[in-house]
Design a protein around this ligand. Sequence first.
Ligand SMILES: C[S@@+](CC[C@H](N)C(=O)[O-])C[C@H]1O[C@@H](n2cnc3c(N)ncnc32)[C@H](O)[C@@H]1O
Length: 219
Amino acid sequence: MRMRKKKWADPFLEEHRDYIFDDPSAYKGKWHDFFHTEELHVELGMGKGGYLIKMAEMYPKAGWIGVEKDHSAAAVAARKVIDNDLPRENHRMISGNAERLAEWFAEGEIDVLHLNFSDPWPKTYTHKRRLSSSRFLELYRLVLAENGHIEMKTDNQKLFEYSVICFLENGFTLTEISVDYRREEHPEDAVTEYEQKFIDEGKPIYRLCAVRQKECVLQ
Ligand SMILES: C[S@@+](CC[C@H](N)C(=O)[O-])C[C@H]1O[C@@H](n2cnc3c(N)ncnc32)[C@H](O)[C@@H]1O
């Protein structure tokens, strides 16, 4: 469900552009140095940011960036860090559309991309907006490192099935696939806000891990 628009969001985002960027293209190709890290993780559609903040805390040696196009959600996420004065050495946020990924990240710069509970866009004519559609996967192949990979979680079976096909058709190898991921405990992977809601409703969580193939000739 879309978050209700928050009047304070835009002024708040403008005031905190040192943490939540709108156009970080000046850092393109420099993110590893920026975070002094060898591993850069980017979450697309971070929503209220709970996953990003927890994972950044759990993996302090990696650099973490959360991208969110909805300004109200992005501001709620950034506020969690700013109002609570959380340490932010290894994470930043971007309020913008993931379509602009190649403006912000250089070729091969990202090690891991996270897609958590992406919008399902159920109508056929909206499928191209899905973050796991061919249009986006082409972009991910560009910005992912040679051995980079994508971790995707969803509650939506149809979106999951669609995504499996898209990954296989767009130069990715699936190395993990689960249709009930939380059947076992996974303390190494934080639970997102949406995920917690589905766990509470007793719904299964689908998850896959897709590795970028080095060489691939697309049809
Ligand atoms: C269903 S919510 C899930 C939020 C969070 N990942 C979670 O699991 O709790 C999907 C989020 O992705 C964002 N989103 C969808 N398409 C996007 C895009 N192209 N670029 C950036 N964010 C996007 C939406 O605005 C929304 O906040």
